[in-house]
Structures are given as structure tokens and as C-alpha cells.
Design a protein around this ligand. Sequence first.
Ligand SMILES: Nc1ncnc2c1ncn2[C@@H]1O[C@H](COP(=O)(O)OP(=O)(O)OP(=O)(O)O)[C@@H](O)[C@H]1O
Ligand SMILES: [Mg+2]
Length: 498
Amino acid sequence: MALKTFRHLHALSLRFHLDRQTGGLARAIDRGTLGIQSVLRLAVFNVVPTIFEILMVTAILWDVFDWRFASLTFVAVALYLGFTLAFTDLRVKIRRRMNDSDNEARGKSVDSLLNYETVKYFGNEAHEARRFDGALAAYEKAAVRSQVSLNMLNLGQAVIIAVGLAGIMLLAARGVAAGQMSVGKFVVVNTYMMQLYQPLNFLGFVYREIKQGLVDMENMFGLLKVPPEVADAPGAPALRASGGAVRFEGVQFGYRPDHPILKGLDLAIPAGRTLAVVGPTGAGKSTLSRLLFRFYDPTAGRILIDGQDIRSVTQESLRAAIGVVPQDTVLFNDTIRYNIAYGRPDASQEAIEHAARLAQVHDFVMRLPDGYDTMVGERGLKLSGGEKQRVAIARTILKNPPILILDEATSALDTRTEREIGAALAAAARHRTTLVIAHRLSTVVDADEIVVLVDGQVAERGTHAALLAARGTYARMWALQAVDAETSPVAEPAEAAG
Ligand SMILES: Nc1ncnc2c1ncn2[C@@H]1O[C@H](COP(=O)(O)OP(=O)(O)OP(=O)(O)O)[C@@H](O)[C@H]1O
Ligand SMILES: [Mg+2]
């Protein structure tokens, strides 16, 4: 079940994951699997034998003594069970609240620990501790209520058992006093009653635990019920990417219905060509790559790869055809080798090193004492921004997809390395359809077409030279960046001159 949930979570859409707290999810899976374990263990191996035992004892009481003993016992058992069922149902609500606050506390603590550095930057340890404490306080309150109600339950159960037992013993004592029953039989009744109430008590405990287990499983099963927002069409074929020509046709999209990001976008990247998208921050550039990768579906219009609507093919084949170097690279907390080989897990060491060389990261790795076995730390934070970005480029080169998306792929590199990698990326892009997203215009001058995206629409399009000649937005952005380049210490005269 844990594996199934894990797979399902990976099948769910980005939107779902952006709205969830990782810590809480992990907690829900843990608790759910433990819940299943205890339900199975208790239900199969305890409930069935115990019910059998209770029936047997009642039958013996009836047979050996008379119906009064049996019916008194039966009433006590029924009362006991009824009380336990009703009261346990009441406790379910408390258990739920307890789980919710547990999820929340775990979500807060994981989020806070992931942002360790930010916490330090602002000296907010005390603030984080207070937030966590607040979440824990809610858990504590729910846990205390749960314990108190448990004690009430036990108290009620004990009272019912005691009254039932007393009634039976009274009945037996009167029998002995009247001479209808021997003292031996009195002892026998007592023994049977003990034999009955022990399993009954146990049954109460088991029911409580099962109910609790079921509540604990709720979160997990709830997760399994969430449908993936982006799903494969039934019987969808695999994408046949020959050249990898990409077309956006009248694509409209917004993360929220009331806030459109792309407003009817038309783009075409012929197979093997490079299209650069530039534009102000928040214009929707990265959104383009998320749509092409099918993290989201457009609300109108369609996206085609080699003439096939990406919604009509399997996501797996679509994503296999596209390599992305994202804007913010995050690495797995494993070795550099593992992170590069992530592009193609069965790659040989030579292939990994070849990709690393192309991405200009091989020499750096060789200088490390542990080489390719160096651990990169949580989210790759033991590497510098530029090193991380180069590892990300290497793993995409290793994946070797027909379509390449470079979202500010070189933004964290200094100008020289950017040049060097630029050459490698250009080589990698030569036979591939490439979508380049960039802030630094100097990196896109060679693109076959440049699109200026403003406010979800194409403001200008053309080659670098044509756009400069048009003296529009692009020419102004170019002039601004040229001035920056002139005044900055890493000025590059060739670029500044345009
Ligand atoms: N998951 C999301 N939910 C809601 N809004 C989002 C989400 N992701 C992005 N946005 C919004 O969509 C808009 C476009 O985002 P996008 O990441 O495409 O910008 P961008 O052009 O890549 O900008 P930048 O140059 O800063 O990377 C932004 O206004 C952003 O706030
Ligand atoms: Mg972006």
C-alpha cells in the first residue's frame, strides 16, 4: 500500500504537490501503513477467535446452568459491545483531529528544516520554534482529549463488566444459599465468567485499535482517491518523435481561472531549430516549458509535437522526448555520479564522464577528493549554484532527448563559463529542437527565432538582427543590457557593441 501510494503521488499533478506539505504527506503514508498493519493483525488473528470464545462460553453456561445465567451474560455482553461501539465512534472525531494536527506539525517542521538557511538569514529560530510549538499544542490538546476519552471508555466498560459479573454471582450465590447449587458450581460459574470477560475486554481493545487504524488509513486512502489532473487518454499511443517539431496553437492558460497567464499563444519551432523566448519576469516563459512538459494542460488551444497533440500521447513517452534544464536546479542528496546518471540510470561511467565534460563539470569533479562519489548534500546545497547548474546540464545531455528546454540554464554561471558551456549547449542543441528561455539576451543572439513574450502574448518575433532593426521592445532591452554590460566589471566589449 505504501508503494502504491508512493506511485500514485508521483502520478499526481504538479498543482497537487505545490499545494501540499511534504512532511504531512510522508506522515499520512507512515500512519496509513501502520494502520493497515494493526487492522490486519487484530482483525484476522484476534477478533474471529475471540467471538468464537464468547459464543462457546455462553453456550456452556446455558447448557450447564440455565437460561437465566445465559441471558444475563448475553445482555451484559450486548451492553458492553453496544457501549464500546458507540463510544468508539465518538472518539473517531478526536482521532481525526489528532491526525490532522500531527500532519500539520510535521509539515511545519519539515518545511522549516528545509529552509534552514533562510531561517538563519533572518534569525527566526525562535519564530520557527513558536510556529512548531503552536502546531504541537494543537496535537497535544487532541492527544489529551483522546486519552481522557479512552479512560472514560475503559471506565464504562469496567462498570458494565462489574455489574454483569455481580449479577451472575448474585444469581449463583442465591442458588447456593437455596441449596440448588453446589459451591463447586459457584466456582465454575465464576471461572467461566472470568473466561468470558477477559476476551470481551480484549475485544473492546481490539475494536478501538481497529477503528483507530481505519481512521489512520483514511488520509492515505484519501490520497489514493485524488485523481491526477493530467492523465493519459485511454489507450493513448506513445509519442513518435522523429524530428521533434513543436507547435503551440492558440494556447491559453492560467494557473487560476481568474488570472490568465498565456492569452492565445502561437509558436512554432521547426525540427532541429532553436527558438528563444525572452521577456520580463512573470511573463509566462517558464509556464511555456511546464505546458510543453505537460505539468498542466492548456485551457484552450493545443500543443503539437511532430503533428501529434501532446494530450493524445502517453506522458511517459512525451517526457522521455524532452530534456529540461530548469530555472532552479535541485539535486538529489546522493553522489554527483548518481545525479548525472539520473538522466539515464543505466549509463556507463564513460558516458557520464563524457556528458560531464560537455557540461564543463568534469574537471571540477576530478578536483574533489571523492570525485564522482562526492555527496552533494540536501537538495545539492553543497555545490555552488553554477556547479549545480552544470550537473543539471550534464544529466540532460546524458538523457539525449530530441527536444531540449533550457530555462535560464546558464543564469548562475559567470560570463566565461557561460561562454564555454554555451558552446557545449549549442553543440547539444544543433540537431535538436530547442526552446531557450533567457534573461541575458547575449545568450540568444544565435537563435533561429526570438520571441519577445510580454504579458502572455507575443509582442515581437524575428531574428536578433531583425528585432534590433525594428527598434521595439527587444531593441530597448538590448540597449539596456548593453549599458549594464559596459558599466559592469565583466563587461564584454563585443557584446556591448551589439
Ligand atoms: N503554480 C503556480 N500557481 C499560481 N501562479 C503561478 C504558478 N506558477 C507561476 N505562477 C505565476 O504565473 C506567472 C508566470 O510565471 P512564469 O514562471 O512562467 O514566469 P517567467 O516568465 O518564467 O518569469 P521569470 O523570468 O521570473 O522566470 C507569474 O506571475 C507567476 O506568479
Ligand atoms: Mg521562469
